[in-house]
Ligand binder design. Structure first.
Ligand code: C5P
Length: 224
């Protein structure tokens, strides 16, 4: 039987990272795919190469040359190595999220990243988070989770996350950026952000991290 996958989709700042890391540990070391980081890295690579973020074929052509390695089990000790250089801080900045959501609307870019994402599916299992993990990349996943929360709460969480890491941000501009980015992700014609068929929707508005994980634990029981 195929290697099992749990998909965790939802808008920015909803707590996908928390859930993904917890699931990976809880299941005894399943692999993780942070698909958003791939879009962020590609957007930054395009910027470095001077490729315009509207040129789908040219941005997609950069994918085979990217050598990416993720290390670290916690948000604090994470490193994102691109050609051996740690890009983590730049990748996590909100400006990179905005850049990512521009190139993510280009069909050539999504096609170029598809196989790269599928290659993360290795035994004993994979937890994949993003926007289209359940709808496009792993439609056969036995458990699909869709997380949501109010925009204000997501902006506040993202603010705390960035300031904990010492990455500069202001709450007002984060609110604006997150709103613009989510609208772009939900309204694009290709792979828009929406719950997959059969997805379990978890609304985390007003929930503590422990309460969110409690809900996810309940869903896990369903797949045995
Ligand atoms: O999840 P994260 O905030 O890192 O994603 C950055 C951007 O990358 C998203 O706003 C979205 O536009 C894009 N993305 C996507 N499909 C995914 C993951 C991320 O389009 N599976």
């Amino acid at each position: 039987s195929p290697v099992p996958v749990i998909t965790v989709d939802g808008p920015s700042g909803v707590g996908k990272g928390l859930v993904t890391r917890w699931l990976s540990q809880r299941l005894g070391g399943w692999h993780r795919l942070d698909s958003g980081a791939l879009y962020r890295i590609l957007a930054l690579a395009a910027q470095r190469a001077g490729v315009p973020d509207s040129d789908g074929p040219a941005v997609a052509a950069l994918v085979p040359g990217l050598r990416i390695e993720f290390t670290g089990d916690t948000e604090q000790d994470e490193a994102i190595l691109v050609d051996g250089e740690n890009w983590a801080d730049t990748v996590r900045a909100e400006t990179s999220g905005a850049l990512a959501s521009r190139i993510a609307a280009l069909p050539e870019v999504r096609a170029a990243l598809l196989q790269l994402q599928k290659d993360f599916r290795r035994a004993p299992g994979l937890i994949a988070d993003g926007r289209d993990m359940g709808t496009v990349v792993f439609p056969d996943a036995p458990l699909k989770i869709f997380m949501d929360a109010s925009p204000d709460e997501r902006a506040a969480r993202r603010y705390k996350q960035l300031s904990d890491k010492g990455i500069p941000a202001t709450l007002d501009s984060l609110c604006e950026e997150i709103r613009a980015r989510d609208a772009r992700d939900r309204n694009r014609p290709i792979a828009p952000l929406k719950p997959a068929e059969g997805a379990e929707v978890v609304d985390t508005t007003g929930l503590s991290p422990a309460e969110v994980l409690g809900k996810v634990e309940t869903l896990l029981r369903r797949i045995g």
